[in-house]
Write a protein that binds this ligand. Structure first.
Ligand code: SF4
Ligand code: SF4
Length: 205
């Protein structure tokens, strides 16, 4: 059974807003709890003030490779987040930005490789079905796919450490840069110039 992922252009606008830390995240998860039960380390950022007030400090540890103030929360022996209690998030209103931003529809939109995801998340990704009723939805969906393909085909040409190693993060990058791919291919600059444009316009933090 397929699940309505929403009108593509609306979803894209919402997702970009959420990625900027301005939205709340509105994935129609229903009864799926994949994010909370799939052995994921949850990044807690310095600005996750509410989350820090409710998560016991002894559950957090420094995030390797990130500046002071960034921490990770692990998972229990079942792969469940320690804040997942009685079948749901026990700190939902104060959940960290990582959880607000995670949207498995991005993997469907980019046709990303899902093999490292848990079975429950893989199943959910397969069930999403976007709608393309508005004029710009198909155009933007194609641009997102072109961006993801471009990253895959030219990954060795990007500066070292620019591309994230995780497929889900590459999918999010493809969303960030998709507007550069709205123009016809014959108007693009050379591959090296195009990569320079991407890196300068969309720096990674
Ligand atoms: S895997 Fe997708 S549908 Fe399931 S909880 Fe996470 S974001 Fe929601
Ligand atoms: S903090 Fe809440 S939403 Fe985030 S992974 Fe844990 S239980 Fe799930």
């Amino acid at each position: 059974m397929q699940i309505d992922a929403g009108e593509f252009s609306h979803w894209l606008d919402d997702f970009v807003t959420t990625m900027k830390g301005k939205g709340q995240g509105n994935v129609p998860c229903g009864d799926c709890t994949g994010c909370c039960t799939s052995s994921k380390f949850i990044l807690i950022r310095p600005n996750d003030i509410g989350a820090r007030e409710v998560i016991p400090h002894d559950l957090l540890f420094s995030a390797p490779g990130l500046p002071a103030g960034y921490q990770l929360m692990g998972y229990d022996e079942q792969g469940h987040c320690p804040m997942f209690k009685h079948g749901q998030c026990s700190i939902y209103m104060e959940r960290p930005e990582t959880c607000r931003q995670y949207d498995c529809r991005v993997m469907a939109a980019t046709q990303a490789n899902t093999e490292v995801e848990s079975t429950i998340i893989q199943q959910r990704i397969k069930t999403w079905e976007f709608r393309y009723q508005e004029n710009d939805s198909q155009l933007k969906a194609n641009a997102v796919l072109k961006a993801m393909t471009f990253i895959k085909q030219h990954e060795l040409l990007f500066p070292m450490n620019y591309l994230p190693s995780m497929e889900s993060q590459r999918a999010a990058l493809a969303i960030r840069i998709h507007s550069l791919f709205l123009q016809p291919r014959n108007t693009w600059p050379s591959v090296s110039e195009f990569i320079k444009n991407i890196v300068s316009q969309y720096p990674t933090s």
